[in-house]
Design a protein around this ligand. Sequence first.
Ligand code: RNT
Ligand code: ZN
Length: 420
Amino acid sequence: MSYCDAKKKYEAIGVDVEKAIETLKKVPVSLHCWQGDDVRGFDQKVASLSGGIQTTGNYPGRARTPEELMADIDVVLKLCPGTKKLNLHACYAIFDDENGGWVDRDKIEPKHFKKWVDFCKERGLGCDFNPTFFSHPMCDPLTLSSPNEEVRKFWIEHGKACIRISQYLAEELGVPCVMNIWTGDGFKDIPADRMGPRMRYKDSLDQILSEPFDFNKVKPCVESKVFGIGVEAFTVGSAEFSLSYAAMNKDKCIPLMDNGHYHPTEVVSDKIPALLTFFPEIALHVTRPIRWDSDHVVLLDDETKEIAKEIVRCDGLQNRVKIALDYFDASINRVSAWTVGFRNLQKALLMALLTPNEELTAVQDSGNWTELMVKQEEFKTLPFGEIWEEYCKRCNVLPDGEWYAVVQKYEAEVLSKRGN
Ligand code: RNT
Ligand code: ZN
């Protein structure tokens, strides 16, 4: 079937295919830099992650330097359609002789991200940012909720430094910077005091957000979590805590939902319209949890499609929903992992845009649940592949069936030559 024939099928159900393609092209999706090196970064010489976050696998070819990571990201960018932003973590600061060498996380400055700014400028990318509250000797193991004031102060200073860096990124690139605060703070076993850590975390957030910034340029977020490996019994930044914090501080922060951070039968797709009822803006980490927050590569599975549908139906595509990816698979080719996940999210968004949402809403409101089921099921077998192929073509990226050869060649020529 040709693109034209496929388009006719969608037109028959009232969908404007050209509009869907043009809309998706402009939707910013944030590409997480941390898939390329298993979330290690460049500022610490740690052998493995700590602080409630873990990668599994030892596939060869991990990026070990900024140059290698940038080269890998370039391959991914060329294989992914749509508007991309780069998502950086503070631990990806680049220290060199020109900028005075290494400093600790409480002292990082915009200049340590100048090379990333140049990278983004050359490629026309906006940039999002994340303070890094894990994999560091100052995690005791708590950070922003620590009872040790010296430790807590260190991490507050880190958060403030990150606000300044986020403002710099937004100003340099002319695109708002989403700055996400996530800590793995919590306990392995039953605590005696659950409120103390939360009161300290709240105070730390207040102090970080007291750093001056322009809320039109910097979008601080608070990301909640249900539990982490090693911190199974109690999480300081739980769902209720984080959502309440964002709700009480709407003028300076927004809630972030990671779909790996809830009890297994809860779905973020349903939470999107719930939050958009109250918040002008929300942020998402799209990932794939398997039984826990395992951060598997995003597939074109039911929940990914449902999340995309809610973003589209709630009119969240341009500004209201800040979309980012967050997964890290170290057991397969990392460039392929990145690309598959990004393309899958694009596919899910395109599918959502190719749905006659207004018509279906009318059917729902008329109470005709029989017709609603028939229609929703029949749409599943419309010729989506042809539209996707056309979308890739218009974005100048290779279609399915062709891009993987590029990754295989890159693996043979570049990745396989890297040591550990
Ligand atoms: C961890 C959180 C957090 C991190 C990134 C690296 O559970 O999802 O968002 O994955 O900041
Ligand atoms: Zn996340």
